[in-house]
Design a protein around this ligand. Structure first.
Ligand code: MLT
Length: 404
């Protein structure tokens, strides 16, 4: 008899965004006359930019001709995209990354989850609290998290609280973890980390042999020039960090799917190269991102593509401003939304996150994400995204304010 992976049975309820979508759909089905504004999951709403659409059309045409048709691509991505990444995302910031350190993929979510494969089960994992639930759930599925307690914490994970008191940036934990997930600009709080803060993490990881898994999916939203976009802007990071990047939020690829992960060759543990391990994993389990999609991603790096994607990011960040200012004006405590597309809002009167979520759904017809869904320290907050359209952002603010 086949035995299932029992770790799945330890997972509480459903995946956060499945549950919020379920509640929103149930409400919509019961109230077909109400118009919901969705500021819950961070899904983009603006169409792909013209440069990307043009590249997609051209690549589709290539696939229709024998002389330009492509079958399987190179295991880790086409040179045209990797070259553009190395030059624009790294060299332009004074960071040297080798072409063979970049692995093209179909999403930072999958890579953040799949990276778990290359680590022994017997590693202690540290996560921020609140945190993007994928890091936690995938370690639980692998059997690395222990058991889920009544306090909302997994017994074997090290939680690093990110609270108003520490400006939502974690302190170095007293128990040394082997693997440390960091995400800046942060999902869900919208906090950013300075060079000095990241340097402290890099030094700590190098001192202790830990590995930092650095999710920089939202780096394109940084406007403050002093804030690092990549962990590799920090000396020593190539010896201790893996970085995940995504085109989902940078260029509206949530439905198009393309991302990449950087695993430096200098990153070794137990005498083994993590670059080799990840390459071995990817070449065995993944057949690469579609040629047409990689062509679309490369178009973002042209001068025109850069201008067009910048305009969309500015559009979303204007929504962030509308939400931030509108909610602050009525006395709500609002965080993030300056160098990040997420706005982290304290619930009024100490209301529970899920209660406030339900209240906003029911009374304001606005879908948010309850902070408690991101971890125990997220209790008492909700998260709003800036990825709606401008009219909806303004209307959502009005409706929330009317229904506080
Ligand atoms: C979020 O809302 O946190 C993100 O959209 C989820 C994701 O990127 O998978």
């Amino acid at each position: 008899m086949a035995k299932i992976n029992g770790n799945f049975q330890k997972l509480p309820g459903s995946y956060l965004f499945t549950e919020t979508a379920r509640r929103a759909s149930a409400y919509a089905a019961a109230h077909p006359d109400k118009k919901l504004i969705k500021l819950g999951i961070g899904d983009v709403t603006q169409p792909l930019v013209p440069s990307v659409i043009k590249a997609l059309h051209e690549a589709v045409d290539e696939m229709g001709h024998k002389s330009t048709f492509k079958g399987y691509g190179p295991d880790f991505g086409y040179d045209f995209l990797i070259d553009a990444i190395v030059k624009n995302d790294y060299e332009a910031r004074g960071v040297k990354i080798g072409k063979d350190e970049v692995f093209i993929s179909d999403g930072a979510k999958s890579d953040c989850a799949n990276i778990s494969d290359i680590f022994d089960i017997d590693n202690t994992v540290a996560v921020c609290d609140p945190v993007y639930p994928v890091y936690v759930d995938t370690n639980a599925m692998a059997g690395r998290a222990g058991d889920f307690g009544n306090d909302g914490r997994w017994t074997n994970l090290v939680y690093m609280p990110c609270t108003e008191e520490n400006c939502f940036t974690p302190s170095i934990p007293s128990k040394v973890p082997d693997i440390i997930y960091l995400c800046f600009p942060n999902n869900p709080t919208g906090a950013v980390a300075t060079k000095e803060q990241l340097k402290a993490w890099v030094d700590y990881a190098n001192r202790n042999g830990s590995v930092i898994l650095f999710d920089s999916a939202y780096e394109a939203y940084i406007s403050d020039p002093s804030i690092p976009h990549s962990i590799y802007e920090i000396d020593g990071a190539a010896e201790c960090a893996i970085e995940f990047r995504s085109y989902s939020k940078t260029a509206g690829f949530t439905g198009t799917r393309c991302s990449y992960t950087v695993v430096p060759k200098a990153l070794m543990r137990g005498g083994v190269s993590l670059n080799w391990l990840w390459g071995r994993r990817q070449s065995t389990r993944f057949n690469g991102t579609a040629y047409i999609i990689q062509k679309a991603a490369a178009a973002i790096y042209t001068e025109q593509g850069k201008k067009e994607t910048r305009a969309v990011i500015d559009y979303y960040m204007n929504n962030a401003r509308i939400i931030r200012e509108g909610l602050s004006k009525v006395g709500l405590q609002v965080f993030g939304g300056i160098n990040a597309p997420y706005i982290w809002v304290k619930t009024p009167g100490g209301m529970g996150s899920w209660d406030f979520f339900d209240r906003l759904l029911d009374k304001a017809n606005v879908v948010t994400t309850p902070g408690a869904g991101f971890g125990p320290s997220g209790e008492g907050y909700i998260r709003l995204t800036a990825f709606g359209d401008a009219e909806s952002a303004a209307e959502a603010v009005e409706r929330i304010v009317r229904n506080l």
